[in-house]
Design a protein around this ligand. Sequence first.
Ligand SMILES: Cc1cc2nc3c(=O)[nH]c(=O)nc-3n(C[C@H](O)[C@H](O)[C@H](O)COP(=O)(O)OP(=O)(O)OC[C@H]3O[C@@H](n4cnc5c(N)ncnc54)[C@H](O)[C@@H]3O)c2cc1C
Ligand code: FES
Length: 288
Amino acid sequence: MAHRPFASAPYVVGKGAPALAPTHIPAEESLCPVVSHDWINSEYKHLVVDASPKALAVKPGQFFNLLCPSPDAAELWLRRPQSVYRIDRENRRIEFLYKCVGRGTFGLATLEPGDELNMVGPLGVGFAIDRRWKHIVVLGRGVGLATLAPISQLAGECGIGVTAILSARSAEFVMADDLFGKVGDVIAVLDSDATSAVEHVEAILKRLIAQRQADAFYTCGSNRLLQLMKRLGKAHGIPGQVAMEQVMACGLGPCYVCVRTFEVDGKKELRRVCIDGPVFDLQEAVGW
Ligand SMILES: Cc1cc2nc3c(=O)[nH]c(=O)nc-3n(C[C@H](O)[C@H](O)[C@H](O)COP(=O)(O)OP(=O)(O)OC[C@H]3O[C@@H](n4cnc5c(N)ncnc54)[C@H](O)[C@@H]3O)c2cc1C
Ligand code: FES
């Protein structure tokens, strides 16, 4: 893969880095060897890379802007954002779980073990957790499950229990259940048996609220599930966070390609998903 410099000389993982970015800058461009890269179902790939010390400081909910190889003979413009799926500090590795949807992700899918992945990050604002909470509820769908997955690590480190409600088209697309299963309960809700219907998910959430197992809500990947959590969070005074997605260009703040509308104290506000988020207060998110 051709290495095109981004903003500074990249940190080359596993070799002496030619130039380190100043330590006060939390993000850097790094060239990370691919350790493994496997299909986990017909649409999603699991990518594991060796990571630089700065990349390893990534927090759940933050993302990297990846320079994807072109899948064909033509140029591929712009990096593609992917949130971190798992942070393996012991082995100094970072994992991504992504859906192949277009030229960027199909190009990314061509990387093989031993190739280098050029990534910029960690970027954005990640999830926050309050150590006084005893039990949280995570509700995600589709690629949102990849973004929510590292909350299982965060909760595990804080000794907080989790109920993860994982919504998918069918059992094949339920992901991150192994990670959440280590720290709590997993409830899969599927389109194939109609358990993913909003009314059914609402009944599960109301039961968790009644059992005092919902100190906070976390969601990503579905507008209708966001609206549901927002409504129940407001009615029951439960704080919440949502990871938003938006098509991005720079991923760093200056281009304003990634703005979305939020509602703060009754007023509409535009915010950049890449730098003000991607994690936002649930009650301030307007949805799409
Ligand atoms: C902060 C952030 C974190 C993300 N984390 C993950 C992740 O962990 N796993 C994962 O699979 N995907 C994630 N995404 C979505 C991912 O960035 C897009 O799927 C990817 O950029 C598509 O690039 P492409 O060239 O393959 O597809 P394109 O050819 O650019 O687009 C193909 C289709 O995907 C849609 N699309 C493109 N970008 C986005 C986007 N940002 N959000 C929603 N739809 C989009 C397009 O509208 C189009 O319908 C994340 C996005 C953001 C902003
Ligand atoms: S992608 Fe450029 S400002 Fe967010």
